[in-house]
Design a protein around this ligand. Sequence first.
Ligand SMILES: Cc1cc2nc3c(=O)[nH]c(=O)nc-3n(C[C@H](O)[C@H](O)[C@H](O)COP(=O)(O)O)c2cc1C
Length: 303
Amino acid sequence: MSKKNTKIKIASVELKNPVMTASGTFGSGREYSDFVDLNRLGAIVVKGVADKPWKGNPSPRIAEVYGGMINSVGLQNPGVEHFIKEDIPFLRQFDTKIIVNVCGHSVEEYINVVKRLRGEDIDLIELNISCPNVSEGGMAFGTDKNMVNMVVGEVKKYADKPLIVKLSPNVTDITEIAKAAVDGGADALSLINTLSAMKIDIYRRKPVLERKIGGMSGPAIKPIAVRMVYQVCKCVDVPVIGMGGISNSEDAIEFIMAGATGVSIGTANFNNPYVTMEVIDGIEEYMDKYDIQDLSSIRGIID
Ligand SMILES: Cc1cc2nc3c(=O)[nH]c(=O)nc-3n(C[C@H](O)[C@H](O)[C@H](O)COP(=O)(O)O)c2cc1C
């Protein structure tokens, strides 16, 4: 296989390749370790971690739709103490970077998690200010530029690792949110989180999801995600991690050409647990075929 340079840098952290897992779709990696050589991943982005265990939302909380799915899982997680005790030692067995996705209902809760992670053996923090499935906090923080600026600024004070801020696509102008996050101190951005969505069961005359509205992910959202990544990369100078509907290496390369430094794979893991490995191989094959020595030569080549 190729000896070409697939390395990327997110803030001060070097990843062996741009391929990561999208938070919430890969657990803490354990669930996939029978299918996937976790050592080959650029990074593992773990499921959202809160300061205390969260129960998540009532079922049904997953609905299949054309080209993807809608979920209202609501960031169910066993909390930061459990993560530190169980997941960090598991993940550290592998030669990959650990990105901890942090969630909260309030600025204080975000800060509690970030403070607790200080000194722990992780590489980067991803702040989820964009989840549509939590009643307080979550997306509310990510859809107002002044809030974004404030939350990022506050959390940044306590983070001892570079901070990636994950943006919501449920906004009118993604560029003003991106700029507010960078002004607040974001070292990198990731986008997109899920798009607010709904499905109705016409025979039961009820929404399919108990919470009625959830977040849509999967192949159907990819063109929207590519457009947003493209717009954001044109207006900020920090690295961007692109995601939304990536199902193969061609999709991943599209995001890189739109300007993304890294790519995350989410919903596709559910259909094809080998997808991350296929994307890594496919990017290398593309580089070989078109004699690309370094990914930077195709990054952001679209004017
Ligand atoms: C079941 C499920 C759970 C998710 N949980 C989280 C989460 O905990 N934190 C987060 O930032 N994003 C979460 N996401 C959003 C994904 O990380 C990703 O941004 C989104 O699904 C778009 O990528 P995809 O189309 O490749 O899935 C979740 C998505 C799904 C489908």
